[in-house]
Design a protein around this ligand. Structure first.
Ligand code: ADP
Length: 542
């Protein structure tokens, strides 16, 4: 006998319907691409999402068609998130900072039929257009704009499409395994690969991610997702916000510290989401302005390792809790979030704080293991370091367009990260497999070296990479950006490592640079640094 309860498909349409039904008037604040702030609400987002779905029907965009977006975090992008997916099509979010070759590759690979884009990207779309074979409708996310029309013939305008759409349009009945969203990995090594989220996986991710020990978002919260909607579903925050009926503040194109500080203050944001470089920018703005953050309570930080020194500064100087989280495109992305256990409250304060440095423990729906080079599972002892593997309801099974599983023979996805797990499941990412340094047969974690450098008051940012070495194969070197006004020198910085890591792990050099090359998703492009600096020890003998 089967259980005898109602069955309802888990679809993203159900999330926006809930928001429109029970949180209709809750505000959505959106910084417009050309400046200024738009204020709308869940009822209007929902009505526009339905209008958009009906407009796509009128354009004969078929069910399952991929609709690309190249856009900032704004309310039109939110309407597309729901209108395209709940309307039975697939929102294909595209990272605008990819190289033109990669952009052309992924738009053609996804065979996007519609391409929605913000005004910022008009010039690049103009250049890409001749190479985009499958796109039938280019849609500028704006009202009608004659100048834009003269740049790109056959352009459609989002606001006109929506104005002609039907606000009562009924969502099609969808099987919950229907795809809703597509996102490509950054492709720093090899070609980008598409991860196709189903409705079911997105809804389960929102439910699993928003437990009290997860993002813990409620209808009383005002959220600022600085994480881009063009990458990994903005960590699922648009879906979680709709499910919880939270207020959303969408920051548009300006993500510098001063702009964020203004937005956090004026819009009384209490929960934010972003990668460490975003909070580095905010920290600099706070220092130079002397401002405080009276409303901000907590911020979720992931994408790259969160330096412990940053956790301390935000907690001690601004009363803001930075919560470390880990995930990846292939995991939708939330995998772990760092919240303490009941027993931790009995530990001395310093130890409690140290626990919060890790990437956290798995939320319900995610399982983790570390394995050695032969694929044997290693103990969860906080010390055994191996390849991190994951499985769960919102973990990729195969990449878009591929017929082969992306999993191990026993059904786990290998993340490409090197990590430890402790007896409570707390994850520590030691490095990415492709970044870790192997010196004379021993591993050195670049994350550890970077955390020490960044904790130095004279350093704004740092990256550790492997340089080729004639005797040791690889040796660590540091590329550092000095903090404003700092004149810290190499010898002082390297002396600072003594006692903090084993002597042989201390970097051989520290090179000062003006900036570090960054991806649009806030990751240091270490392959570029290795190309430029990887040979500087080639003449060393010791
Ligand atoms: P890509 O950069 O290839 O597009 P993602 O944006 O999906 O990949 O990033 C996933 C990777 O980011 C993870 O495999 C991991 O290496 C890194 N990462 C994510 N969160 C953290 C974190 N909190 N600490 C360290 N590394 C992290």
């Amino acid at each position: 006998m089967r259980g005898q309860m109602m069955y309802q498909a888990l679809t993203t349409g159900s999330l926006i319907d809930h928001a429109a039904r029970y949180h209709a008037g809750t505000e959505i604040v959106s910084v417009a691409t050309k400046g200024g702030v738009e204020r709308t609400c869940w009822a209007d987002i929902s009505a526009n999402a339905r209008r958009l779905a009906s407009a796509l029907d009128h354009l004969d965009v078929p069910a399952g068609a991929r609709c690309g977006t190249i856009a900032w975090n704004n309310r039109r992008h939110l309407e597309i998130y729901f209108g395209v997916g709940a309307g039975g099509r697939v929102t294909h979010t595209i990272n605008p900072r990819l190289s033109p070759e990669h952009l052309i590759y992924i738009i053609n690979d996804a065979a996007d039929e519609v391409l929605f884009f913000d005004h910022t990207f008009l010039p690049s779309i103009h250049q890409l257009q001749p190479h985009l074979k499958t796109v039938k409708h280019f849609v500028l996310m704006d009202p009608r704009d004659e100048e834009a029309l003269s740049t790109l013939g056959s352009l459609k305008f989002f606001d006109e499409l929506v104005a002609h759409g039907d606000a009562q349009h009924a969502w099609p009945e969808l099987d919950e395994t229907t795809p809703a969203a597509l996102c490509y990995t950054s492709g720093t090594t090899g070609k980008p690969k598409g991860v196709l989220n189903s409705h079911r996986s997105l809804v389960l991710h929102a439910l699993g991610g928003n437990q009290p020990d997860g993002t813990c978002i409620s209808a009383r919260d005002s959220l600022l997702p600085v994480v881009p909607m063009f990458h990994v579903n903005a960590w699922g925050i648009p879906f979680i916000a709709a499910m919880a009926g939270a207020r959303l503040v969408l920051p548009g194109p300006n993500l510098d510290g001063d702009s964020l500080l203004k937005l956090l203050t004026e819009e009384k944001v209490n929960v934010a989401f972003g990668v460490p470089t975003i909070w580095m920018g905010l920290m600099a703005a706070l220092k130079s302005s002397g401002a405080q953050l009276p409303d901000l309570e907590r911020s979720f930080v992931g994408g790259t390792a969160l330096p412990p020194s940053m956790i301390n500064t935000f907690r001690d100087d601004y009363g803001v809790e930075l919560i470390h989280a880990w995930g990846m495109t292939e995991t939708t992305p939330i995998g772990t979030i760092n919240m303490p256990l009941r027993k931790h409250s009995e530990l001395p304060l310093e130890q409690q704080r140290e626990i919060r440095h890790a990437q956290g423990r798995p939320i319900f729906g995610v399982e983790l293991r570390v394995v050695d080079a032969e694929g044997n599972t290693l103990p969860n002892d906080g010390e055994s370091q191996g390849s991190l593997q994951v499985r769960g309801h919102w973990v990729v099974e195969c990449y878009y367009g591929s017929k082969e599983h992306a999993l191990t023979d026993d059904g786990w996805f290998d993340t490409g990260d090197i990590a430890t797990l402790d007896e409570n499941g707390y994850l520590v990412i030691r490095d990415r497999a492709k970044d870790i340094i192997k010196s004379g047969g021993e591993w050195i974690s670049t994350v550890d070296l970077e955390n020490i450098a960044i904790a130095h008051p004279g350093i704004a940012n740092a990256a550790a990479i492997a340089a080729r070495h004639p005797r040791w194969d690889e040796r660590p070197i540091l590329l550092c950006v000095r903090a404003q006004g700092s004149s810290v020198e190499e010898s002082e910085l390297l002396a600072n490592y003594e006692g903090k890591v084993a002597k042989w792990q201390i970097p051989d050099r520290a090179v000062f640079v003006d900036t570090l090359p960054m991806s649009a998703t806030g990751k240091v492009l270490k392959n570029r640094l290795r190309d430029e600096y990887g040979q500087i020890l080639a003449e060393d003998r010791e």
